[in-house]
Design a protein around this ligand. Structure first.
Ligand code: VG1
Ligand code: CO
Length: 539
């Protein structure tokens, strides 16, 4: 039965870098999810006669939220809703399903790499018909609606069974439950040289993929073990759990500790990889060797010709401003377009839609291409496997050859967590005002050549976005400051450090960047203002 429910607005439903991200307890408040969903429906002129997709990373509260969204969709007159079986769809798979079905939009229930569970985070990403997350102009409209909402529509009916593949009707809406793997796996087979990778594994190449108890487990088992023949047991933590087994499903050197320990032990396989909660981030490791995401983007771009899906040529490449400049040198060598955008995958989408770029990436363990409109963890891992299969070189050899050819960007992100929001905002505000006065000043061995806010003018829609502050130095070093837009409480200051070297390549990244880290605290007045003498997290 159709019900119109009276509701009162919440004032905190503003989307951040990647959708709405909240503590589970916040999202579980009465009408919280309903308000947000109705605000979306209203912002896009209703859903009458339209088709959408929905899925998620299997985290706590997804099951409840999916049922709410299904019932609201039917009540609002949606024509068809395509749902991943049992509510599962990785972020990249959802983008593929959306594009393949020419759907009008999609919902991914995930707070990505943030922990899950009753005390963890819950999130909703909303994608538009082009397959990417909704642009700021639309999320602003949704936010306005959410602050004024007074009612929403929902069907009063029993929960829908999402365990069986096939179609069913809910009033006038068709619900199609699909296998979450099929379309994604087929797409990967069409991009990469699966035969070459099969031969690699058949030849004894050893591999460990850590799905971090999240949604990529079933995808990884199917692709790496079943189809490509990696040894049984290569994929670990492959069952998606509502709380990710208590882990923080963020594939970096800190949170993917078991994988990192293995890769730095005598038992290390030839390659190690991990993905995040919703499968859009990746980490790549060799034996006792870590590839920074910034280097990974540069290396993948430089080797595009080895991949069947790209061998006929690529458009340009883009990176977020905070990402190291490594890929810029490759773009110059290949003579292809090169773009720097604000942090957040949505900024790449216009560039892909207009054939300006094929590859893009972020320092936060995100790499991807125009095959979809989200970053793609398994895609990146397959890309590396394909390069290794064709060249016969190890992860370390490939990376060292890259540094030899192009020089090396030593790179690290320093996060200062749990800051008071006021303090963090003031720090950024005051630093921005001081920027012009920094030019020409010397800090130890570093002399500032330029200091300015990063402003991006989108060449496609003409919009302008300010995101972060950048200090450039004479020796090509850079410091980027910005506040995180994905947290669910307090503020996080991210400070991105980069130093470029061509001659004496040192091994220890932390040591290489120690001096610059000190300078970053000095310039940002970080210690005085936050009381922190060092960062909480180095990635
Ligand atoms: C972080 C990363 C950013 C990434 C975003 C979403 O944002 O820095 O590069 O796009 O997370 O990642 P922020 O604003 O906290 O720095 V995920 O895997 O949602 O989808
Ligand atoms: Co993610």
């Amino acid at each position: 039965m159709l019900k119109i429910i009276r509701t009162t607005p919440y004032t905190d439903q503003k989307m951040g870098t990647a959708g709405l991200r909240k503590k589970s307890q916040v999202a579980m408040q009465e009408n919280y999810v309903e308000n947000f969903i109705q605000s979306i429906f209203d912002a896009i002129g209703g859903v009458n006669g339209k088709t959408f997709i929905i899925g998620g990373d299997g985290r706590f509260y997804n099951k409840v939220a999916i049922q709410k969204i299904i019932k609201m969709s039917a009540a609002n007159g949606m024509k068809k809703l395509i749902v991943g079986q049992n509510g599962y769809l990785s972020t990249p798979a959802s983008s593929k399903v959306l594009l393949k079905n020419k759907a009008d939009g999609g919902f991914v229930l995930s707070a990505s790499h943030n922990p899950g569970g009753p005390n963890g985070d819950f999130g909703i990403k909303y994608a538009v018909a082009s397959g990417g997350q909704c642009p700021t102009s639309l999320s602003d409209k949704i936010y306005e609606n959410s602050k004024n909402i007074s009612e929403y529509k929902i069907l009063e009916t029993a929960d829908i069974d999402l365990s069986k593949i096939g179609s069913q009707k809910l009033e006038n809406m068709e619900i199609e439950v699909i296998d979450p793997l099929t379309d994604y796996v087929e797409m990967m087979q069409n991009i990469f040289d699966f035969e070459a990778i099969k031969r690699l594994f058949a030849g004894g190449f050893t591999f460990r993929f850590d799905a971090m108890n999240a949604v990529t487990g079933p995808y990884a088992q199917k692709i790496f073990e079943e189809i490509l023949g990696a040894a049984k047991g290569s994929v670990v933590n492959y069952i998606p759990l509502e709380d990710f087994g208590g882990l923080h499903p963020d594939p970096n050197l800190i949170y993917a500790k078991d994988l990192v320990d293995l890769m730095y032990s005598d038992k290390a396989p030839d390659m190690g990889a991990a993905n995040d909660g919703d499968g859009d981030r990746n980490m790549i490791l060799g034996k006792r060797f870590f590839v920074t995401p910034s280097d990974s983007l540069a290396i993948l771009t430089d080797n595009y010709k080895l991949i069947p899906g790209y061998k006929n040529g690529i458009f340009g490449v883009a990176k977020s401003a905070a990402t190291s400049t490594a890929v810029g040198r490759v773009a110059e060598a290949l003579n292809i377009g090169y773009y720097e955008v604000p942090t957040g995958w949505k900024y790449f989408c216009n560039l892909m839609d207009s054939d300006r770029i094929t590859f893009c990436g972020e320092e936060s363990f995100g790499t991807g291409s125009s095959h979809i409109r989200e970053k793609d963890g398994i895609w990146a891992v397959l890309f590396w496997l394909n390069i290794i299969a064709v060249t016969g070189k190890s992860v370390e050899e490939i990376t060292r050859e890259h540094w030899k050819k192009y020089g090396r960007s030593y790179y690290m992100r320093n996060d200062y967590d749990g800051l008071d929001t006021e303090v963090a905002n003031q720090l950024m505000h005051d630093l921005e005002e001081r920027l012009p006065s920094l030019k020409g000043k010397t800090f130890g061995q570093f002399t500032v050549s330029e200091a300015k806010p990063f402003i991006y003018n989108d060449p496609v829609d003409g919009s302008s976005t300010k995101n972060g502050l950048i200090v450039y130095f004479n020796d090509k070093s850079r410091i980027v400051y910005r506040l995180s837009g994905t947290g669910s409480s307090g503020a996080t200051l991210r400070v991105y450090l980069e130093r470029y070297e061509t001659e004496k390549l040192a091994e220890n990244v932390v040591e290489m960047l120690e001096g610059l880290a000190d300078v970053s605290r000095q310039i940002g007045e970080i210690t005085e203002r936050t009381g922190k003498t060092k960062a909480d997290l180095l990635t």
